[in-house]
Design a protein around this ligand. Structure first.
Ligand code: FAS
Ligand code: PHB
Length: 389
């Protein structure tokens, strides 16, 4: 079998890339390790930058998002018993859209099926061959049979635990990592959101986040110990702790209910360089991870897809190589700024086990400066709504 681009990984990166390439007549085959339902069962990101929305529009997959997504003009930061608002739209002219990653992925799968693009589910033993030459191919096992796909290019969109990053020789790869000494315990509940905007809370007991999926579905997170497991936390214990970490006026309004999903996400910052090796291009979590504090994970996957699909288009439409040759450089330039913002915002809101009294004073002064200074709020807003591609 032969195709133009093999995409490894059927999460948002791989699906969005496949849809954009299809829209410009470039053929792909997408290989996904799990079933579609398994992929759609993951509850992850919730906030989309305008750049991501623009790519979904370009791919013709933004209809439901515009009908059901929530436009957020700003966010609330809770600190020292009170809350202050950061006005994204007033400071940057740009809102963000709250629309769950699960729904984005569902829309992209539906769109891929509709155009008849080839997707292979439940593939095993995916291997990349000849990426550093001019005739790469990918092999995989499905239903007990081995398959081979010759191609022009390979897009490694298979997430942090995928095989693509490992295909780049250790002598070529440089990796940068920071592991955070805590995790996020998240729940989904069929309750009305406690506020019409997200609330990021710094409290002496630890970080909390009040988010949502729609007017009847709420998403809440609390910072937890790395040693915790979801089973350690009853719904009652979660709600009690969340109420202790948000301002009283919010705790009083909080509508609690049974969790329909409960999970713990570890937090790390991670980047691998370069994001290209010959005819292999890494995209999204395969190349980088951010703590979810700044809602950048999904959104940096989108900017990678932007750079990669425009580079591939220029190659096929005009035999230009510059877009592909500069892919890694351009993607990393934006990724490192998102890594910085996510690391800084995490340092602002979480309680760190080794935090000294002085560190705590610095954290409180940093938040107070964000609360009181218009220039700092503008810088925050520009990062949160998404820096330019
Ligand atoms: P993904 O990991 O989503 O997709 C990779 C796909 O590749 C998966 O479907 C996997 O099954 C498949 N795959 C893996 N190995 C393969 C192989 N060998 N062969 C074929 N397929 C293979 N980001 C935010 O912005 N906000 C959040 O709140 C947030 N919460 C998160 C919570 C968790 C638990 C995790 C893990 C991540 C979270 N993220 C969040 C980040 C997340 O949204 C990612 O940025 C986003 O899923 C990136 O999409 P992909 O790059 O497509 O990777
Ligand atoms: C979410 O709704 O899941 C969400 C929102 C904002 C974040 C992280 C997660 O920063």
């Amino acid at each position: 079998m032969r195709t133009q681009v093999v995409i490894i990984g059927g999460g948002p990166s791989g699906l969005l890339l496949g849809q954009l390439l299809h829209a410009h007549g470039i053929e792909t085959v997408l290989l996904e390790r799990r079933t579609r339902d398994y992929v759609l069962g993951r509850i992850r990101a919730g906030v989309l930058e305008a750049g991501f929305v623009g790519l979904l529009e370009e791919a013709g997959v933004a209809g439901r998002l515009h009908r059901e997504g929530f436009r957020h003009a700003g966010t609330q930061i809770a600190f020292d018993g009170g809350m202050f608002h950061i006005d994204f739209e007033g400071l940057t002219g740009t809102p963000v859209v709250v629309y769950g990653q699960t729904e984005v992925t569902r829309d992209l799968y539906d769109a891929r099926e509709k155009v008849g693009a080839r997707t292979e589910f439940e593939v095993d033993h995916v291997e990349i061959h000849g990426a550093d030459g001019d005739a790469p191919h990918v092999t995989y096992v499905q239903g007990g049979r081995e398959h081979k796909i010759a191609c022009d290019f390979i897009a490694g969109c298979d997430g942090f635990h995928g095989v693509s990053r490992q295909a780049i020789p250790l002598g070529v790869r440089r990796e940068y990592e920071k592991i955070y000494p805590f995790g996020w315990l998240g729940i989904l509940s069929e309750t009305p959101p406690v506020h019409d905007e997200l609330i990021y809370a710094n409290s002496a007991r630890g970080f909390a986040l009040c988010s949502m999926r729609n007017e009847k579905l709420s998403r809440y997170y609390i910072q937890c110990a790395l040693s915790d497991s979801p089973e350690d936390w009853s719904d009652t214990a979660f709600w009690q702790e969340l109420k202790r970490r948000v301002p009283e006026e919010i705790a009083e309004k909080l509508v609690t209910g049974p969790s329909i999903e409960k999970s713990i996400a570890p937090l790390r910052s991670f980047v691998t360089e370069p994001m290209r090796w010959g005819r292999l291009f890494l995209c999204g979590d395969a190349a980088h991870i951010v703590p979810p504090t700044g809602a950048k994970g999904l959104n940096t996957a989108a900017s990678d897809v932007h750079y990669l699909h425009t580079g591939l288009r220029a190659f096929y439409e005009a035999s230009e190589h510059e877009g592909l040759d500069r892919y890694s450089e351009k993607a990393l330039a934006r990724i490192w700024k998102a890594e910085r913002f996510s690391w800084w915002f995490s340092s602002l809101l979480h309680q760190y086990p080794d935090q000294s009294e002085f560190d705590l004073k610095m954290q409180q002064a940093d938040i107070a400066f964000l609360r009181d200074n218009a220039a700092q709020q503008k810088a925050f807003a520009e990062n949160y709504v998404g820096l330019p591609y």
